[in-house]
Design a protein around this ligand. Structure first.
Ligand code: COA
Ligand code: NAP
Length: 266
């Protein structure tokens, strides 16, 4: 498939060492960008860099936790020094598990808020200082839980709704700097940790029969939207929450979470 030529551009993907986010990083590298990724595990960072390097562009990775803004800044400094100001910044680190609110400890709630919500603010805020201005495109990875309340997902619903409000406020404040800020809302995506945590293989056929497009998505479906948002084709798009979900967000949260009756964890 033909894409906008990203040759010479600099892309940073927070949480870009696995799943959907690695798919996005890979798509940018394939389209010619210099790509930097960051996540907690050094092994994952090294493996992602090996994968991305196959496209023949400059690639680097740096271990860091989005919950610590100093670690975010350190990783961005390395990427900025090697690749230049960020043309595209993706914030996709997240944590998720199914748990009814009555069984969720305060720390269980907090850990998802810390990674998804506060981590996103860290990535956006630190990223502004390293971004190409004007011209940069910031992309958050949201989820249907941002708009559809889902049982056993009180932590994720709160975090993703909050990060989309961060996105909208920053779009308002940073438009004058020529920085666009948007969110992609993926639906259930094949072969990912997130989907395996929400849906069992047994539940999947019944779930897929309810998806308007009658299938789960592919990582490429999400990456293609990121390639669009990062390009001049989207130069007037900011403050948008864009579903890439085959219509799943039209169904409401109970359909997304799969299991309607909350059950405590083992
Ligand atoms: N059900 C209920 N509570 C859970 C839980 C579960 N399945 N998994 C973790 N928790 C609670 C822990 O019990 C702990 O609370 P406590 O101190 O009161 O016992 C709290 O969450 C923090 O857990 P911890 O394991 O210390 O956090 P961590 O920082 O090591 O890991 C997670 C963060 C829990 C989000 C972990 O699942 C993770 O790293 N996820 C990343 C991958 C992922 O979720 N991918 C899907 C993205 S959609
Ligand atoms: P994944 O494979 O588990 O990817 C999560 C990534 O974030 C990993 O690279 C992980 O690497 C990193 N990460 C986690 N915590 C971090 C932290 N504190 N600091 C830095 N990096 C951290 O998940 P996925 O299923 O592909 O989901 C990716 C994104 O898509 C998430 O934002 C998720 O909410 C969203 N989404 C997913 C689906 C789906 O169907 N999968 C649907 C809707 C939305 P380390 O472990 O090395 O830190």
């Amino acid at each position: 498939m033909a894409h906008y030529d990203y040759a010479g551009t600099s892309v940073f993907v927070a949480g870009g060492t696995s799943g959907i986010n690695l798919g996005i990083a890979d798509a940018f590298a394939r389209a010619g960008a210099k790509v930097a990724v960051m996540s907690r595990s050094t092994e994952r960072v090294d493996a992602a860099v090996r994968q991305l390097s196959r496209h023949g562009r400059k690639t680097l990775g740096h271990a860091g936790d989005v919950r610590d803004i100093d670690q975010v800044r350190a990783a961005m400094q390395v990427a900025h020094d090697a690749h230049g100001p960020f043309d595209v910044l993706v914030s996709g680190a997240a944590g998720n598990f199914l748990c009814p609110a009555l069984d969720l400890s305060p720390n269980g709630f907090k850990v998802v808020i810390d990674i998804d919500l506060i981590g996103t603010f860290h990535v956006m805020r630190a990223g502004f200082d390293f971004a190409r201005r004007p011209g940069a495109s910031f992309i958050n990875i949201s989820a249907p839980q941002s708009v559809s309340p889902a049982p056993m997902q009180v932590h994720v619903c709160a975090a993703k709704a909050g990060l989309d409000q961060i996105m909208r406020v920053l779009a308002l404040e940073w438009g004058e700097h020529g920085v666009r800020v948007n969110s992609i809302m993926p639906g259930p995506i094949e072969g990912t940790e997130g989907l395996s945590r929400l849906l069992t293989e047994t539940e999947r056929p019944q779930f897929e029969s309810r998806v308007p497009m009658r299938r789960v998505g592919q990582k490429e479906d999400v990456a293609n939207m990121a390639l669009f948002l990062g390009s001049p084709l989207a130069s007037y798009v900011t403050g948008a929450l864009i579903p890439v979900d085959g219509g799943v967000s039209l169904l409401g949260g109970r359909n997304y979470a799969g299991t309607p009756a909350p059950t405590p964890r083992d």
